[in-house]
Design a protein around this ligand. Structure first.
Ligand SMILES: [Zn+2]
Length: 340
């Protein structure tokens, strides 16, 4: 019997890995722009493989790829008829791979872009979309649900209600695209406090910001709540002047988001350092979002003191022909050219 999410948090920290949409877009299975996870039905092996790579890298949770797999998005791409099949299959694939290790399965919903705090009818529409998605997820068998990239506290609270009604633990994270508050005007720490009071097991932030600009927002959240805190930044080098991946620009001034972010990608070492800093701040669920690769996740796992299946192939630079202590004389003569 696998440990529950609550038990794992107590033993903590839990290691999360996301960014499925960005990675599968790079691999040619998801269209940038709509970012609908059609791959779940069209190329399920591609989803299975990425889950497996994150599992081998140490992820404790397999997140079902139902991000943007809600009715409104599927209607936009002409696949509304595939809605239920896509949601059910995503959970089945995540479960199948989770069983290859000792990972939990999380159902997943996100901001819908349909919510308008000034129009109560949109709240009803969002509730209906969450209810059908998570109803199918619950039937297929998930251990908890992650509601993520929330721009509005109001929309996140709808997710909490739906998840609670299903009797499942909720992890709810906000998208910190604004300097210090949600789009409906709640400071991030205050919004997290309200989410916790409404029953979320885990609250925090995910996406948009890289480690450097995400971490300063954590301490106030940690102080505001007694429940578990989650942080899942994007692995991009955001800075105070460009605090989110959406604000990053090329040297020519062109917006890098979402498909020219490569030059801003953090190294595995930067993510390893982030994992340690997050743990130091009292973060219970340490993860990574859009842009993540398995090498980042393994480095985070190892920084947290774990040996994971992919550690078998962790770097052994002492065996590199040009870096080994007993480098051949014929190679040593050319080492200077590696430093020029
Ligand atoms: Zn993300």
């Amino acid at each position: 019997m696998s440990m529950s999410i609550a038990d794992r948090l107590r033993a903590g920290p839990v290691l999360g890995a996301e960014g499925y949409v960005f990675e599968l877009e790079r691999r040619g299975y998801i269209a940038a722009g709509p970012f609908v996870p059609e791959v779940v039905l069209d190329y399920p092996d591609a989803v299975r493989e990425l889950h497996r790579e994150f599992l081998r890298a140490g992820a404790d949770v397999m997140v079902a790829l139902t991000y943007y797999a809600h009715r409104e998005k599927l209607r936009h791409v002409g696949r509304e008829g595939d809605l239920e099949a896509m949601n059910r299959q995503a959970v089945r694939i995540a479960r199948e791979v989770a069983r290859e290790g000792d990972a939990l399965v999380a159902g997943n919903v996100c901001n819908t872009w349909a919510y308008d705090p000034d129009d109560p009818a949109t709240g009803q529409a969002v509730r209906a979309m969450y209810a059908e998605q998570l109803g199918w997820a619950a039937e297929e068998g998930v251990d908890f649900v992650i509601s993520e990239t929330n721009d509005y506290l109001g929309e996140a609270l709808i997710a909490v209600e739906v998840i609670r009604d299903l009797g499942l633990p909720a992890m709810v994270t906000l998208a910190p695209t604004q300097p210090d508050q949600t789009r409906d005007g709640y400071g991030y720490a205050e919004a997290c406090r309200i989410l916790a009071a409404e029953g979320a097991l885990i609250v925090g932030l995910n996406c948009d910001r890289g480690p450097q600009t995400m971490l300063p927002l954590i301490a106030p959240i940690r102080e505001a709540v007694e429940c578990a805190v989650a942080v899942q930044p994007v692995p991009y080098r955001t800075r105070p002047g460009t605090p989110t991946m959406e604000t990053l620009r090329s040297p020519e001034g062109e917006r890098a988001f979402p498909i020219a972010l490569d030059p801003f990608t953090c190294t595995r070492f930067e993510l390893a350092q982030f994992a340690l800093q997050a743990r130091e701040l009292g973060v219970d669920y340490v993860g990574i979002c859009c842009g993540a690769g398995p090498h980042h996740v393994r480095a985070m796992a190892e920084a947290l003191g774990r040996e994971v299946p992919a550690s078998k192939y962790s770097p052994s630079m002492e065996l590199h022909p040009m870096f080994r202590a007993d480098m051949a004389a014929k190679d040593a003569a050319f080492l200077h050219s590696w430093s020029a």
